[in-house]
Ligand binder design. Sequence first.
Ligand code: LIP
Length: 275
Amino acid sequence: MSGKVDLFFKSALSITKEAGKLIRDQIYNRSKKIDRKTCDIDLVTETDKAVENLLITNLSQAFPDHQFIGEESSAEGKKVELTDVPTWIIDPIDGTLNFVHTFPHSCISLALFIDKQPTIGIIYNPILEQLFTAQKGKGAFYNGNVIKVSGQTDLSQALVMYELGTSRDSERKENVKKNIASLIDIVQGMRSTGSAALNMAMVALGGADAYFEFGIHIWDIAAGELIVTEAGGVIIDPSGGAVDRLSRRVLVASSESLAEQLSAKLTQFYPMPVD
Ligand code: LIP
């Protein structure tokens, strides 16, 4: 299977680079065609759709028996179902609001799951030429160089990634405010890129020490999970225990100890799962 995964990886990388050109070509277009999804801060552009279409078209031509879970296909009603069949999980532009604002922190997040396990992870910001990759058991890389998490084990010394999210749900917003107000006096710093995948890439790079969010989707975290764990980090449910990739909740950290310390400080929130 290893030879096959190498082929999957090489093909996916080439197709992702091709798709990245669509983002790079449009990032400075100030009149992007923008549609609203669930609210005025949950947006999709024609570039999101074009990138997802290019990835699915080319990957399904190369691997006809593979399945797909894509953010925009899901938004158009396709059921989100993770089976044992090799499945590509796609966020065509993670950080769409950044892309709309020409804020250059947006990326393609592409993962391959086999038997419901992450096997390939690719996070590519084509605007700043930032490429994070991992294959199961083969380590994590940033622009071809091996990366490792920071190994931070003290929450008071940690730089923690968070997000405000893209829903106007008042209960969720209150939870965000509560956790920021609590953590601001506990951790050394807090940062937000506007992209779950890039937040996870920062943890894998060792540039941040942890990231948590309530309200994400499987396509936001599927690639980042493998890149973080192959860099030596951990992924858990924010309340502790094993992550449920369809629960819309995630916590990654540079060490088991830091993950547990952060989890203990969080006020939990349980988003409605995607049906
Ligand atoms: C975004 C995530 C981010 C989250 C936003 C949104 P999108 O993904 O990367 O972490 O806070 O709500 O889900 O919508 O830009 O692909």
